[in-house]
Design a protein around this ligand. Structure first.
Ligand SMILES: [Zn+2]
Length: 337
């Protein structure tokens, strides 16, 4: 991670033993931002490079990439993009047993470094296990040029760890679920560091971007250690997944998780106001209005959240929300008026 790390891509591939061939997955926008440069750099080293520009992060895009992998048999797959393209590359390479390198162009969520992938067209509205990247090449020059809204969304995904780690602990106590203190501490530390650095989380401050990027990468590592998304995805993520069903395509994943964290932290009687203040400082949404969703959608998502993934025990099992109690929760935390 750093300035101009993109120019190191062929060396990194070589060091990892990939000097013959690679397959690059990117979007049309990310092709312009970074993808074509990566293709050219690898081509210059006489590697056999093929690529596919994918339009969406669906299971059909994954199958299309898988077909190309079967045909071309590359040594490694590179995913270049803001998250969705990385997820397509991650899952298709995992299913074909090929290593994968992550090249993020935004800092919008922790999927840039995690072993899980979230895609449309799967039976479940949440992430599935794929594989951890062999390397993450995060060029801050490229990411710094992205819309700041992505970085603010990334803050929301990191702040989420305040409640997801508590949910994991709770599941350990109540359901005797495996709990790893190291992974939990790592996820929690990322959230704490983002909160501590809230003052520098703003457009045009590269130091702030680095804090968010490092936090997101650490969260990905925490999931790799835990072997699941458990340390990084709890009740606040269930709220976000439910909101995706109730009011699709309104806000970004991390933005929704951030708002969910405020409300779940309230249920835990944690420092929810401090969490809200951090999101506010970082320029991330803290209300339904800022998310661009109706107040009723937030209430409905809160009620539905516990049905999204019944096997994942969270605070929502302990404090079952009715329509009324959900509305009260959203009101008392200022998410709705
Ligand atoms: Zn997330």
């Amino acid at each position: 991670m750093g300035k101009e790390t993109l120019s190191l891509i062929s060396d990194i591939c070589k060091r990892l033993g990939f000097s013959k061939s690679a397959f690059v997955v990117m979007g049309s926008k990310t092709q312009r931002i970074a993808g074509q440069r990566v293709v050219d750099l690898l081509h210059d080293k006489r590697m056999n490079i093929d690529h596919l520009v994918v339009a969406s992060s669906t299971i059909w895009a994954v199958r299309a990439v898988e077909e190309r992998i079967q045909e071309l048999k590359p040594q490694v797959v590179l995913g270049i993009g803001g998250g969705t393209k990385i997820d397509v590359a991650k899952l298709s390479s995992a299913r074909q047993g090929i290593p994968f390198i992550s090249v993020p162009t935004t800092a919008s969520h922790d999927g840039i470094a995690s072993p899980v992938a979230s895609l449309k067209g799967l039976k479940k509205p949440y992430s599935v296990m794929a594989q951890s990247p062999m390397a993450i090449v995060a060029d801050t020059n490229v990411i710094f040029r992205s819309d700041y809204r992505f970085t603010a969304s990334g803050c929301g995904d990191v702040i989420a760890k305040f409640t997801s780690v508590h949910d994991w602990e709770l599941a350990h106590k109540v359901k005797n679920e495996y709990y790893g203190e190291y992974a939990a501490s790592l996820a929690l530390m990322s959230a704490t560091l983002v909160m501590k650095n809230a003052d520098i989380l703003k457009p045009g401050v590269e130091e702030g971007l680095r804090v968010v990027l490092e936090a997101l990468i650490s969260c990905g590592v925490a999931m790799s250690i835990a072997g699941s998304s458990r340390p990084c995805s709890g009740s606040e993520h269930l709220f976000s997944h439910a909101l995706d069903l109730v009011a699709p395509n309104k806000a970004m994943h991390g933005e929704q998780c951030g708002v969910g964290t405020i409300m779940m932290a309230y249920l835990y009687e944690m420092k929810w106001k401090e969490i809200r203040a951090t999101l506010h400082k970082a320029g991330a949404p803290t209300t339904a209005e800022e998310l661009g969703v109706e107040p009723e959608s937030v209430v409905e998502a809160l009620v539905r959240a516990c049905t999204i993934r019944p096997e994942r025990y969270t605070i929502l099992e302990e404090k079952r929300l009715s329509h009324d109690s959900a509305e009260k929760l959203a009101k008392v935390t200022g998410v709705i008026d």
